[in-house]
Design a protein around this ligand. Structure first.
Ligand SMILES: Cc1cc2nc3c(=O)[nH]c(=O)nc-3n(C[C@H](O)[C@H](O)[C@H](O)COP(=O)(O)O)c2cc1C
Length: 204
């Protein structure tokens, strides 16, 4: 049965999304459900879903609220093919991405004053942190909607910028492949034990 629900968002009209299953899962459950999907069905992703996923990026926090994220959702088959053939590759070929019906290109606008000042004073590339947060927001929202994603950090920025006519002052930080998973994977890649990564108070 098709159910509709409205979530809390500043553009409720975009958020009226038909869902086949009850959507309510906790954030932790969504995090547990996520894994990198590297094979997608040949099913297009409804534009409403793409709007909802990118809305999660728009609402993400950013250093000084500078909001450097600019996102290009590529859905045209010819462009997707060009990106995979000419814009990926290198150490990690990422040829699996040819099956993705959507690739979201995450860029950071570089010339924001607040970021330049903070970067000079602190030596931290805040735009990279901001994009990481915004893009993982999209990953989790996509997971919640039953879609699969995979981050793509190995790409040829120059080629992709040319293909998509991205302005010179936007830096591509990462790509996300998005679509319906070819198969559901219940196995998870291992993580370090908690004792290795978490310390309360002083490190003994
Ligand atoms: C910033 C970043 C860049 C990544 N780049 C790639 C990539 O280029 N190709 C790829 O297949 N996976 C890429 N991944 C996915 C990781 O390999 C994957 O998240 C990790 O192995 C853990 O597996 P899991 O996502 O299934 O939990 C990237 C992940 C992140 C966060």
């Amino acid at each position: 049965m098709l159910t509709w629900y409205m979530n809390s968002c500043s553009y409720p009209c975009l958020e009226l999304i038909p869902l086949k299953e009850k959507p309510m899962s906790t954030v932790l459950e969504t995090i547990q459900n996520r894994y990198s999907v590297r094979g997608f069905k040949d099913t297009p992703v409804d534009r409403k879903l793409i709007l909802s996923i990118t809305e999660a990026a728009r609402l993400a926090p950013s250093a000084c609220n500078a909001q450097p994220g600019r996102f290009i959702a590529v859905t045209e088959k010819s462009l997707l093919k060009e990106i995979v053939l000419d814009g990926l590759g290198g150490v990690v070929p990422n040829k699996w991405a040819i099956s993705a019906p959507v690739i979201i290109v995450g860029c950071a606008q570089l010339n924001l004053l607040t970021h330049r000042v903070a970067e000079t004073v602190k030596g931290i590339h805040y735009h990279q942190i901001d994009l990481g947060i915004a893009m993982e927001h999209m990953v989790l929202r996509a997971t919640e909607l039953g879609l699969g994603t995979c981050w793509i950090g190995w790409f040829k920025a120059k080629n992709i910028k040319k293909i998509l006519q991205i302005p010179p002052d936007w830096k591509i930080i990462a790509l996300l492949a998005l679509g319906y998973p070819q198969e559901v994977n219940t196995a998870r890649t291992p993580r370090l034990d908690r004792e290795k990564i978490l310390f309360f108070n002083k490190i003994k």
